[in-house]
Design a protein around this ligand. Structure first.
Ligand SMILES: Cc1cc2nc3c(=O)[nH]c(=O)nc-3n(C[C@H](O)[C@H](O)[C@H](O)COP(=O)(O)O)c2cc1C
Length: 157
């Protein structure tokens, strides 16, 4: 990584975000990535977005799926964020998840979840901005969120 890219990472990291898991069923197995770039976009129509790196080896597996799940992690789900955000072969080990009849993979006890399909994908630098249409969603009020800031998992205290 160049020194400019290291600076960009450091300064982008000053912006605190949540952590989402973007996942689906591929050959009856859960496949997914962690994403700090999740952003709600629009109310009408309901749209959310995630930026996915062109280097992702998992996104080409998720992209053809009719439905993709997005789970917003709670503070108690740091293990899931670390594991699914890694390149480990079995990223869902020790993670409780469920699938919908449409093949969304959602994490149990997440702070919020979205059942989505891909609406639009815009090439933007070394990432794609993926816009998802939301078909169903819910949140568990009072669940404290997992926060990602300065390259570290944190909690609101
Ligand atoms: C907290 C956290 C946030 C992440 N956010 C993103 C993101 O927004 N976009 C992205 O493409 N990768 C993100 N990653 C990396 C992916 O989760 C995953 O590790 C990466 O896509 C490499 O795996 P793959 O080759 O299987 O896709 C994040 C990782 C972590 C731990």
């Amino acid at each position: 990584m160049t020194s400019v890219e290291l600076d960009l990472r450091r300064v982008y990291g000053a912006y605190p975000t949540g952590v989402a898991v973007v996942a689906g069923l591929v050959d009856d197995r859960p496949v997914g990535i962690a994403a700090s770039s999740f952003v709600p976009v629009s109310l009408d129509p309901p749209l959310v977005s995630v930026c996915v790196a062109h280097t992702s080896t998992t996104w080409p597996l998720l992209r053809p799926l009719p439905r993709i799940g997005i789970s917003v992690l709670g503070a108690h789900q740091e293990h899931a964020g670390r594991r699914i955000g890694s390149r480990a072969p079995d990223r869902f080990a020790g993670v409780d998840w469920r699938s919908t009849s449409d093949g969304c993979v959602l994490l149990d006890d997440a702070a919020a979840w979205f059942d989505c399909s891909i609406e639009q994908q815009v090439r933007s630098g070394d990432h794609d901005i993926v816009v998802f249409r939301v078909h169903d969603l819910d949140a568990v009020p009072g669940t404290p969120p997992l926060v990602f800031h300065a390259s570290a998992f944190r909690r609101l205290t």
